[in-house]
Write a protein that binds this ligand. Sequence first.
Ligand SMILES: Cc1cc2nc3c(=O)[nH]c(=O)nc-3n(C[C@H](O)[C@H](O)[C@H](O)COP(=O)(O)O)c2cc1C
Length: 220
Amino acid sequence: MKFLLPFVVAAFAVFGATCCDVAQADVPAPPRIAKPQSKVLVVYFSRAGEQYNVGVVKKGNTAFVAEEIALQTGADLFEIKPKKDVYPKKYDDLTDFAKKEMNKKARPEYAGKVPDLKQYDTIFVGGPVWWGDWPMVMYTFFEKNDLSGKKLAPFCTHEGSGLSGFDKKLQKACPKSSILKGLAITGTVAQKNRQKTAENVSKWLDEIKVKKIAEPKKLP
Ligand SMILES: Cc1cc2nc3c(=O)[nH]c(=O)nc-3n(C[C@H](O)[C@H](O)[C@H](O)COP(=O)(O)O)c2cc1C
């Protein structure tokens, strides 16, 4: 009997293993709950009216970029509209007005209710460069809302000064957020060249690793 024991043990091990494999294969895998793609929001400010190099426009330059981001990512859009729209429609008057606002470090109120930010972990924030800075109303948004722990992706339109430190200024205003690489597009391109805007946005989304639901289409 002693002589047979190793064989019995070995046979048991083999049988046991086979038995368990079969049993495992028969047990259906527990159903997986698909992780919902975390939602993305685009918050932007933009001005219709007379703008540099594009004439009088019905839709502001930054609005085109914001909409393109939303199209490619499936993001929700929230436009920052001043509560009292005191901004002049003529370009020179607007620049004077904005300069005064900046010197005063004004925090103009915006209209409407920001969507519940808990549902988003990535928020695109954009606006035109005004005097090398974010328009003051965007600081109202940054300071009034809890953006801690969010990934913030800054974008701007401009006419020569590029990103203008939008990323660093955003980090200062939102020290508990992580700031992704920013995107700068000239207002003229945003207003007049949809294809180029779409391609720039697409390339940038790849760089900052934000999932796209649509690639830019080649326009005729
Ligand atoms: C008040 C004001 C200040 C501006 N300051 C700058 C600037 O400092 N640097 C720059 O490159 N463009 C500047 N621009 C040009 C705008 O950034 C550009 O036209 C932008 O695309 C306008 O965007 P919007 O149509 O979305 O408002 C300024 C425009 C305005 C109205």
